[in-house]
Design a protein around this ligand. Structure first.
Ligand SMILES: [Zn+2]
Length: 148
């Protein structure tokens, strides 16, 4: 599989569309009174479980947490032994879903989660109004990542 494949939403497989819909629902659990930028992330695990996360802001801005990391840390706390198959990330302003890419900090965390399991997981995000990006692995999103 190529590192990056671009899709029209309608051309995505059903499993991926379901995961995107879960991520969209998660945006309504976001706490983002400062940015009004509501982000949702959804993980599909090997046992079929979906784990979601939404961004959580704080008046002390450095304490804010991205949806991707909320989802990953929730997964680690509740399903530590179960691998991730796919991750979908979406963003919303008001009622409109908008393209957004994962930040570098999340990419770093996503890679370490991938390295904790035997196989890569796909990452799906909307990068244009009618274009979705599917990455074969979190590693391709952040080359030369920090490692001990
Ligand atoms: Zn982030």
């Amino acid at each position: 599989m190529e590192d990056f494949i671009f899709y029209d939403y309608n051309d995505l497989d059903t499993q991926t569309k379901n995961l995107i819909e879960q991520a969209k629902r998660a945006t309504y659990l976001s706490y983002a009174p400062y940015s009004n930028f509501f982000v949702g992330a959804a993980l599909l695990l090997e046992n079929g479980t979906m784990v979601c996360g939404a961004n959580q802001e704080n008046a002390s801005f450095p304490l804010c947490m991205c949806a991707e990391r909320v989802a990953l840390y929730t997964k680690a706390s509740q399903y530590s032994a179960i691998g991730i198959i796919k991750m979908a990330v979406v963003a919303r302003r008001d009622e409109e879903f908008v393209p957004a890419a994962c930040c570098g900090a999340c990419r770093q965390v996503m890679v370490e989660f991938e390295k904790r399991q035997p196989s890569a997981y796909e990452v799906i995000m909307q990068i244009q109004p009618h274009q979705w990006l599917k990455c074969r692995s979190a590693v391709v999103l952040i080359p030369f990542q920090f490692e001990f």
